[in-house]
Design a protein around this ligand. Sequence first.
Ligand code: KDG
Length: 321
Amino acid sequence: MNAIHDSFDVVVMGEILVEVATDLPFAHGVPAQLGISGDALNVAAAAAAAGAKVGLLSVLTDDELGRAIAARIAELGISTNLLTFRRGQQGVYLVHSDPHGEREFSYARSGSVGSTLGPDDVDPAVFEAAGAVVAGGIACAISTTARAAVVKAAGLAKRFVYDPNFRPRLTSVEDATAALTYLAPQTFLVTPSFPGETGALLGVSSAEEAASKLRALGAANVAVTCGAKGVQLEADGVSAWVPAVPAPALVDQTGAGDAFVGTLTARLVLGDDFPTAARYGAAASSLVVGGKGGTGFIPTFEQTRAHAAGTFVAGAVSSNA
Ligand code: KDG
């Protein structure tokens, strides 16, 4: 790998999943649509749309499906240089359309090719050079090798961003809490959600309490996302509430949190201050819910900026799938 060629603003790591989505309850014969998603891809797509040069470390199947996924990654403006192709099975999730974010994904990913990600896949030259590295609790949950890869990346990164993304169908409260408390001291930014995640993993009863607990563990910047309400920010000299930006269209919540993380990280690396970058993150995630699937609609930065300023033209949301 060429370290100069592979100098990224943001490197994201994790598993990419095939999304099988239906508007109807699961049943034999219901029509469904394929998409390409997964938290890492959604974060990377948002970061690229927000103006960052993005690399995505992920393992794909060495077949026509893996190549189709790589083509989608390139189409989203993400570098394919960090992708690795191996024999195996691509991970899948199935979901009903989820406007209110109430459903859990049904997974077919145990032993997937994406979960073979390991520390040897983490090239120190690439990870040390990146403006920021983003990983999440999902990567920590899918295999011990993927968790070890995240730990190695956290140790190498200049700015390590961690999204706890607790998924009860993949891991236990104990393991997710252990990953968060181990990694928090190394984080430049941590982005848990309240009440869901922080209630379960930190036992707190407010977003402020979650933020102070993570700051006490050593996190430099904390953004606690509170769904449709807004985001609580805490950092040295910053304690701010960023209100959510109302969504012009609500189709599917999948990827909303990832869009926040990707946009926020990209804008911080590109030089925006924390509240400004978080406002862009909130605006991007409010637009993403207008598209179906994790990457069904990824707003351009011009659209995100307009939405953050209250001048986005409703009706401009359309699928870029
Ligand atoms: O954040 C959205 C993700 O949860 C979705 O894309 C599926 O990555 C996924 C997962 O592992 O749950």
